[in-house]
Design a protein around this ligand. Structure first.
Ligand SMILES: C[S@@+](CC[C@H](N)C(=O)[O-])C[C@H]1O[C@@H](n2cnc3c(N)ncnc32)[C@H](O)[C@@H]1O
Length: 359
């Protein structure tokens, strides 16, 4: 039995069945604190680990937003859940070409895993701007924030609510036949707790919501609206609201049962982009997108940068650059170019950010 399952069983025994959100929070905290899950030897791979161009273009995007934001003399480059620190290292390297922005920056990484903080320190090194680590967004300093989040929101806890003939009930996890099992709380959930878009859903529908994600977005969007900066969110998710649950567990690049071995697999849920965009507007900011990752990266010059790198590379390296570029913008329904979406948040009145076409 994994340590997370033991802790869950202890809580179920003393307090009764636990919500999906508690399960996800406990499992992911343990998962990220105990391993580096990235790459072919790990459980999954992310865009910055596929191609250096991903982080480079994001660095340049932040510089463009700094420029339209009036070139503040000091600003903070922030990443939420930076993994191995690869994206930030690539962004900072690209920004060596733009010292007017780079010299205004210090770097703030919001990361709960001590193990990954060490990897991030190694990746970013001593040469760059000063790096500060934080456990949560409440610790970020005042001033313009240029915030990057790649595959961060999908790791935050979600609640599941099921529509029954007797109203909405929360989906919970208990122990049955000596195994973790999904069930329904006997307590009725007040309709006000269900997002408005789902309230008239048919019996049997599951409404999935992530209040933690919305709170993070509302708070950061408020900061961007009042103090300047911009935010760029990449994640897989949906562009229109819909019922249904998307909780999934990935281990060694394959999906496994979410209740098997909690804390040993990456638990995620698709990001509800319309809800995130609404939370950003509630915070007082403007929101753009979501657009497909493919359109965003092509709009920022992915192919042009790739061609330059390929011209400078040996054959084997050139082939790797080419296949990495193709993977980031793959057009199949499950490819990263379509499944992954991008949302931008800016102070109100800012021109449409690069990569987002018309508002
Ligand atoms: C899927 S990884 C993404 C890593 C990186 N952004 C990338 O693209 O390679 C999720 C990251 O978020 C961090 N994380 C997960 N939950 C967190 C939380 N509640 N607060 C801060 N960081 C969290 C993990 O430790 C990890 O660094």
């Amino acid at each position: 039995m994994t340590p997370v399952e033991a802790e869950l069983r202890r809580r179920i025994h003393s307090d009764g069945p636990q919500t999906v959100a508690t399960f996800m929070q406990l499992a992911n905290a343990h998962y990220y604190a105990t391993r580096d899950p990235f790459g072919t030897q790990g459980d999954f791979i992310t865009s910055p680990e596929i191609s250096q161009i991903f982080g480079e273009l994001i660095g340049i995007w932040c510089a463009a937003m700094w420029s339209v934001g009036g070139r503040p003399a000091s600003s903070h480059l922030v990443e939420l859940g930076p993994g191995r620190g690869t994206l930030m290292a690539d962004a900072l390297r690209a920004l060596k070409l733009l010292p007017a922005f780079r010299d205004t920056l210090d770097v703030h990484l919001v990361e709960t895993s001590p193990l990954l903080r060490t990897a991030q320190q190694r990746a970013i090194g001593e040469a760059g701007p000063k790096v500060h680590w934080h456990h949560n967004i409440g610790q970020l300093p005042d001033g313009p924030l240029f915030i990057i989040a790649n595959e961060f929101f999908d790791a935050l806890p979600v609640h599941h609510y099921v529509r029954t003939s007797n109203g909405w009930h929360e989906r919970v996890i208990g122990v049955q036949d000596d195994a973790l099992q999904f069930g329904l709380s006997p307590h009725k959930v007040p309709e006000a707790a269900i997002p408005e878009a789902f309230r008239s859903a048919a019996e049997g529908s599951i409404a999935e919501t992530s209040p933690d994600s919305l709170a993070v977005m509302r708070q950061l969007a408020g900061r961007v609206a009042r103090q300047g900066g911009a935010m760029l969110v990449f994640d897989y998710g949906y562009a229109r609201p819909g019922v249904g649950e998307t909780l999934q567990a990935m281990k060694a690049h394959a999906f496994i049962d979410a209740l098997t071995g909690p804390g040993e697999a990456d638990l995620t849920a698709h990001v509800d982009f319309p809800a995130l965009a609404s939370a950003a507007r509630e915070g007082g900011a403007a929101a753009y997108g979501p657009v497909n990752q493919r359109d965003f990266l092509l709009g920022l010059g992915l192919l042009e940068r790739s061609a330059i790198l390929i011209r400078q590379a040996e054959l084997e390296q050139a082939l790797a650059i080419e296949s990495g570029t193709a993977r980031l913008i793959e057009e199949t329904p499950t490819g990263m170019g379509i499944l992954f979406k991008v949302l931008a948040v800016t102070p109100p009145g800012t021109p449409t950010p690069p990569g987002f076409g018309t508002p």
